[in-house]
Design a protein around this ligand. Structure first.
Ligand SMILES: Nc1ncnc2c1ncn2[C@@H]1O[C@H](COP(=O)(O)OP(=O)(O)O)[C@@H](O)[C@H]1O
Ligand SMILES: [Mg+2]
Length: 594
């Protein structure tokens, strides 16, 4: 039994408490199929989220069997399924792959046989078996809704909450989905609550809850709806609601609620007696027989109906599932693969192209060998004129590499979390650990960062004009790319939308060059405050320090900005990465439902 007792959800607006859901009280027995209807904006989604535990109730209490959800903790992830209004799966995956990933993330299976059985059963139940190898992007609206349901059914939830899963469908698909939800409520005593704006097919539900401006206006059998509102047709219910303020509807409902509750109970007894509704025997005993009234605090913590022990998969299992899914999505998206390859090949080529003119003076300058003092003086005089040219060219080439790698970093991760936030939130609600999620992102991005940075360093060292320690140079390029990737990942985890995250990341990269001091020096008073935060400066400075002595001195001779010791650069970039990952972690843990 699900019971809501005077449940309210209020928000603060202009310093005032505004109730979005106001003192809703209902009782929903096992195996019940209920519609939540009402005009747009009346609080249906808010009520559903309050039941799911996504909106903490501001008043009243929710009970699940004898458990007080407000005090004893919310539903466990496997007990509840929530299909949000715009449920989305990854477009490049197939139906089968989507359901498999959902199962692997939510249910700890003993072996692949159990896993396959579970997937097959859910596909069968939702009628998706014949199209299991189809990609999500080619599914029709109705098929997508079925997939959304299938992905929730993998854990056999005892309560299934659906938000507008029929909206935007043609009448036939709508009826099929309502029929499917009806059938799902007839198994294992599952409660199905379905929010819908539509007033069609109401006869398939066991009860209809009408919400008006956040208040309960009616909760009774579908055949009583028109009678209660004194209208000839269900379509007239919404216009009728608008004729009175919601307080009036709520007050009159409170007078009649008991008799309608009795009707619902009689209907249910009939369904059980005729065998249409199959409820496990333990669930059928009236609450009094269990020694407790619904709503009472249980005498023992292991009351009947306490969450069953469907265990969540471990960290490693969730991590492996997410990582392999990420690579699969990456390789299915041709555009993304092409872009990554283009960046990987073209950016180092750009560096070579820009350093072409300077390569001869750099070679001459750096190959100066000091034989005897007289020869050295002569040689140094001949190359002195090259010094300024070489110093600024080498510094510029290194900064160019650093900026290009920063750009790659932002391209790597700016949309990584923000672009899939609704899916991630749904999976987190279903038991996905934020730690496993973030670890899978770090592992995926680390592969990109290592490939990009090492290839850049290798290519430029092979064909370009870098004169210095390869390992140190490559190390700093890797660190600066990793720092920008981590920072943009944090932005992606903290921003509301992918567009915001992309924009902010691009600005961040754009400001790296002027604030680095490699081109123009800032006033010292300002520099003290900006420098610690500019990854590009530390990557550039560290790489310059890795140059062979003469070239290094040439750079120092032309640059006003002070250089930092290699250890300092290493520390600063490591700190950037660490802080960014902590921020990304905080962003990933924070609930971000729209
Ligand atoms: N977190 C929130 N903050 C402010 N207003 C909200 C919030 N959530 C919902 N609302 C407002 O509450 C009302 C009910 O929203 P909702 O439950 O989504 O309606 P429905 O699903 O019935 O269309 C709407 O006017 C909506 O704008
Ligand atoms: Mg809604």
């Amino acid at each position: 039994m699900l019971e809501l007792k005077d449940v309210s959800f209020t928000i603060r607006k202009d310093g005032e408490e505004v109730p979005l859901v106001d003192r809703v009280s209902i009782r929903v027995p096992k195996g019940h199929f209920m519609a939540i209807v009402g005009p747009s904006g009346c609080g249906k989604t808010t009520l559903l989220k309050t039941i799911a535990g996504l909106n903490p109730e501001s008043g009243g209490a929710l009970f699940w069997d004898e458990r007080n959800l407000s005090e004893d903790g919310d539903f466990s992830p496997s007990e509840i399924g929530y299909v949000p209004q715009f449920s989305i799966a990854y477009e490049p995956l197939t139906v089968d792959e989507s359901v498999e990933a959902a199962t692997r993330l939510r249910v700890r299976c003993r072996d692949t046989v159990e896993l396959d059985n579970r997937i097959d059963r859910v596909l069968e139940e939702t009628g998706l078996s014949p199209i299991s190898d189809r990609q999500v992007k080619v599914l029709s609206g109705g098929q997508k809704r079925r997939l959304g349901l299938a992905m929730e059914l993998v854990s056999d939830p005892k309560i299934l909450l659906c938000d507008e899963v029929t909206s935007g469908l043609d009448p036939r698909s709508e009826r099929e989905i309502v029929r499917l939800l009806h059938d799902l409520s007839r198994k294992d005593g599952r409660i199905v609550l379905s929010v819908t704006h539509s007033l069609s097919h109401l006869e398939l539900y066991d009860s209809i809850l009408v919400l008006h401006e956040g208040r309960l206006a009616f909760h009774g059998p579908p055949e009583q709806l028109t009678h209660y509102f004194s209208v000839p047709d269900t379509e007239e219910v919404y216009p009728r609601l608008a004729t009175q303020p919601s307080e009036r509807w709520h007050a009159s409902w409170q007078k009649h609620s008991v008799s309608y509750q009795k009707m619902l109970e009689r209907n249910r007894e009939r369904l059980v007696a005729s065998g249409v509704l199959q409820i496990p025997a333990a669930e059928l005993a009236p609450p009094a027989a269990k020694g407790a009234k619904a709503g009472d605090t249980p005498a023992t913590p292991t009351a009947p109906g306490a969450p069953e022990t469907l265990r969540l998969p471990g960290f490693v299992s969730q991590f492996a599932t997410l990582l392999s899914r990420r690579w699969r999505i990456f390789f299915r998206d041709r555009g993304q693969v092409f872009l990554q390859l283009a960046i990987l090949i073209c950016f180092p080529l750009l560096v070579i192209l820009f350093s072409d003119k300077a390569s001869e003076p750099i070679r001459r300058y750096s190959d100066t060998r000091q034989g005897n003092i007289a020869a050295e003086i002569q040689e140094q005089q001949s190359v002195r004129s090259d010094q300024a040219k070489v110093g600024s060219a080498v510094s510029g080439i290194i900064m160019f590499q650093v900026v290009l790698l920063s750009l790659m970093g932002s391209n790597n991760s700016a949309r990584e979390i923000a672009g899939e936030r609704p899916i991630y939130e749904k999976e987190k609600f279903g038991g996905l650990r934020p730690s496993a999620y973030l670890a899978s992102k770090v592992a995926f991005l680390a592969c990109l960062v290592i490939t990009q940075s090492l290839w850049m360093a290798f290519f430029v060292n092979l064909f370009g004009a870098f004169r210095g320690d390869f390992i140190q140079h490559a190390g700093f390029l890797l660190l600066v790319n990793a720092a920008m990737t981590a920072i943009c990942l944090a932005i992606s985890a903290l921003m509301r939308t992918a567009e915001q995250a992309s924009l902010l990341s691009i600005y961040l990269v754009g400001f790296q060059l002027p604030l680095s001091g490699a081109v123009l020096a800032l006033p010292e008073k300002v520099e003290v405050f900006t420098r610690p935060f500019i990854s590009a400066y530390w990557g550039w400075s560290g790489s310059v320090e890795a140059l062979q002595t003469q070239v290094h001195d040439a750079v120092k001779a032309v640059i006003d900005t002070g250089l930092s010791a290699q250890n300092g650069c290493l520390f600063a970039l490591s700190a950037h990465i660490a802080v960014a990952l902590i921020a990304a972690w905080a962003g990933a843990c924070r609930p971000h439902w729209d």
